[in-house]
Design a protein around this ligand. Structure first.
Ligand code: C2E
Ligand code: MG
Ligand code: MG
Ligand code: MG
Length: 286
């Protein structure tokens, strides 16, 4: 009986592994067509000034509306796209869509807030990354700071492991010179956050939600969070905490001097087409 149940376990395992591999294969077969057909959609989530309860910026987050696979969140496909390199193309698509959106609003005389796009760690190992980013900056001619780039420390760790053309500090300096505003995304989740602070001057520190959850539970974590917020501010960074879901968390952040926040409490990510109306309803801080 034992060996039977053992076989069953193995076959269940094999089936699910096979299914997962098939699913990955299917996504890879579909991704190119999906990009051409506009199946990747830009959602925007507002970033708030907690003190004044106003929208100060937004973050672009990708969603895949696939006729074959349904509506997919990034957790379903981003990992694969990082692995097979497609994330590079997808990120350029997200960036250009957002640039175009900003340009159109400005052309109509409408107010804009900075919009952030996430940058996969793959970009910085690309040989043409800086040239491509300069082309995009030249093409849209947006005011400095209209576009924010969110970078993670993993991007730079992967980078230093590769024999690439530029060092990370050069990349950061060049991107800022082009007028992009730079954010350290998922701050506190990795091991080299402090090294990143030391070597790579950026404009915004985005503290990861896991740090907020830890601070709610333990006084020790709260002390760490308080000092991280202080550290960011001392380095002239805007400090924002991600994933605020409750009034309690909002109060905690205000108490330790974290002025900016993003989370379901304020607003969920929404389709790009709904953002204008949302901005109008909520006051924009100029
Ligand atoms: P991220 O850049 O750290 O984005 C924040 C994630 O937290 C988003 O998940 C957002 O919807 C979610 N979030 C916001 N507020 C709350 C909250 O109050 N509670 C909770 N539990 N979650 C909240 P999403 O949209 O599923 O994206 C997940 C990750 O996928 C992103 O994490 C980012 O790393 C990646 N990603 C998304 N879009 C892109 C993209 O266009 N390019 C690249 N390279 N990565 C992307
Ligand atoms: Mg992000
Ligand atoms: Mg983040
Ligand atoms: Mg995060």
């Amino acid at each position: 009986a034992e060996s039977v149940s053992h076989d069953k376990e193995i076959s269940t395992y094999n089936t699910s592994l096979r299914e997962r591999l098939l699913y990955r294969k299917q996504m890879e077969d579909l991704m190119g067509k999906a990009l051409k057909n506009g199946e990747f959609q830009v959602y925007l989530q507002p970033k708030y000034d907690i003190e004044t309860q106003t929208i100060v910026a937004a973050e672009a987050l990708v969603r895949w509306q696939s006729p074959e696979l349904g509506f997919l969140m990034p957790a379903k496909f981003m990992h694969l796209f990082e692995h097979n390199g497609f994330a590079v193309q997808l990120d350029y698509y997200m960036l250009e869509t957002v640039c175009q959106y900003q340009q159109e609003r400005l052309a109509r005389g409408e107010a804009i807030v900075p919009i952030a796009v996430n940058q996969s760690g793959l970009h910085i190992t690309e040989e043409n990354y800086l040239a491509h980013m300069q082309d995009i900056a030249d093409k849209y001619q947006l005011p400095n700071g209209s576009i924010e780039l969110e970078l993670t420390e993993t991007a730079f760790i992967d980078y230093s492991a590769n024999d690439a053309r530029y060092d990370a500090a050069t990349i950061v300096a060049q991107l800022r010179h082009m007028g992009f505003c730079l954010s350290m995304d998922d701050f506190c989740t990795g091991y080299s956050s402090i090294a990143m602070l030391q070597n790579l001057p950026m404009d915004v520190m985005k503290i990861d939600r896991t740090m907020l959850l830890a601070a709610e539970k333990s006084p020790r974590s709260l002390t760490i969070l308080r000092h991280i917020v202080e550290l960011g501010k001392s380095l002239n960074m805007k400090v924002l905490t991600e994933g605020i879901e409750t009034r309690q968390q909002e109060k905690l952040l205000l108490a330790i001097g974290c002025r900016f926040g993003q989370g379901f409490l304020f607003a969920r990510p929404m389709p790009l087409a709904n953002f204008a109306a949302f901005l109008e309803k909520h006051s924009i801080k100029s």
